[in-house]
Design a protein around this ligand. Structure first.
Ligand SMILES: NC(=O)c1ccc[n+]([C@@H]2O[C@H](COP(=O)([O-])OP(=O)(O)OC[C@H]3O[C@@H](n4cnc5c(N)ncnc54)[C@H](OP(=O)(O)O)[C@@H]3O)[C@@H](O)[C@H]2O)c1
Length: 343
């Protein structure tokens, strides 16, 4: 089968930063399904893994996490899916990725693809939806069933217009919360307002002042989705006593947790890969979350965050998608799809 990968950690514009090669088509065993990939989206993790490292790898590394595809083969322990079904998933951090014709993935982290969305619209969703869902409903411990109680609660989402923010704003709004999302440009402000935010603040300005200007002394929840170091002091100031903060980005310098002591505020990390990386007992919840997200997309509660489609899946288009992510100004998602049909 054909695959796209890298051996050296190069700048994206260098010739071999990503290249096509032939490799053996895998076979499904156990809980694995073999998927023929028809669309993939590119996330900051693709760029991060491609860039980090100095050695030359012996075998090309195939990256790519988000995928939509058709099941071609199932392993002997598979119970959740049948051959021929259309699925979407975000994959595992430690297995071969979706930038290949066929990919093996554990059924417990796969969902049935939304039936009303085309391949590109569906491929935009899995990784960011899993991250936003786990951050809001597992790590921040918001109950999506408690919509009435949530109506008195406010969440600040820092980076409302990126891939994760564009789903998190929608999910938080669906759960009944008042959503303040950060956006710094005319385009990102209108994007977040059309994806569930009720109010906006500018993350290029002082966020404490921005939130206070809206009439809020504190907020109940904060979801940090870009630059934990840069926003830590603002979050410590803005969180309500006993409030909760979750971050999906890693700090590059030590952060001062003591700033939360007097408020007895909680801080929790979200890493979308934790369950598959450690093969946790609740790994199957990613299958359940993706199926739920597919229902919410199909009944119109959520909309796809797709913003740009490149077609077909080849080196040139994957490189272009990496370039867009590297700007750190991406709005919603970029997808590389085998088909150029949008409906
Ligand atoms: N832990 C996990 O499981 C997990 C999962 C997914 C992603 N991540 C990480 O989370 C981060 C966001 O991912 P993503 O895919 O949502 O991002 P993304 O789509 O690349 O985010 C781009 C957006 O970031 C905004 N932005 C730029 N600088 C900012 C700042 N200083 N403060 C707030 N917003 C800023 C930009 O808005 P403006 O142009 O308006 O400034 C832009 O629209 C990445 O670092 C990624 O690696 C972690």
């Amino acid at each position: 089968m054909k695959a796209i990968g890298f051996k050296k950690h190069l700048e994206i514009d260098e010739n071999d930063s990503l290249f096509e090669f032939e490799t053996i088509k895998p076979t499904a065993t156990g809980h694995d399904i073999l998927v023929k990939v028809v669309a993939t989206s590119v996330n900051p993790v693709d760029v991060g893994v491609r860039q980090s490292g100095h050695t030359t790898l012996r075998q090309p590394k195939i990256i790519g996490w988000d995928a939509v595809g058709i099941i071609e083969e199932i392993g002997d322990k598979v119970t959740l899916f049948k051959k021929g079904e259309r699925v979407f998933y975000a994959g595992s951090f430690i297995r071969s990725g979706s930038n290949s014709e066929y990919q093996l993935v554990d059924e417990r982290i796969v969902g049935h693809a939304p039936t009303t969305l085309n391949d590109a619209q569906a491929a935009a969703m899995p990784l960011t939806s899993l991250t936003a869902w786990e951050a809001l409903f597992e790590q921040l411990e918001i109950s999506p069933k408690n919509k009435m109680a949530n109506q008195n609660k406010t969440i600040l989402i820092i980076n409302g217009s990126g891939g994760v923010g564009s789903v998190a704003t929608q999910l938080a709004s669906w759960a009944g919360l008042t959503v303040i999302a950060s956006a710094s440009r005319t385009e990102t402000i209108s994007w977040v307002l059309s994806h569930g935010a009720t109010k906006t603040v500018n993350h290029r300005k002082n966020l404490v002042q921005e939130v206070r200007n809206l009439g809020y002394q504190y907020v109940d929840y904060i979801l940090e989705l870009n630059d934990l170091d840069g926003h830590w002091d603002e979050m410590a100031e803005l969180i309500k006593p006993s409030g909760r903060i979750t971050s999906i980005t890693e700090n590059k310098h030590p952060i001062n947790l003591r700033k939360l002591t007097q408020k007895r505020a909680k801080f929790a990390w979200e890493w979308m890969y934790t369950k598959s990386f450690y093969q946790t007992e609740d790994m199957i919840t990613q299958h359940q979350i993706l199926d739920k997200v597919a229902c919410l997309l199909d009944n119109g509660t959520l909309v796809s965050t797709l913003n740009k489609v490149l077609s077909p899946i080849n080196v040139r288009n994957l490189k272009e998608a990496h370039r867009l992510i590297e700007t750190n100004h991406m709005i919603g998602k970029v997808v590389v799809s085998q088909s150029s049909h949008l409906n």
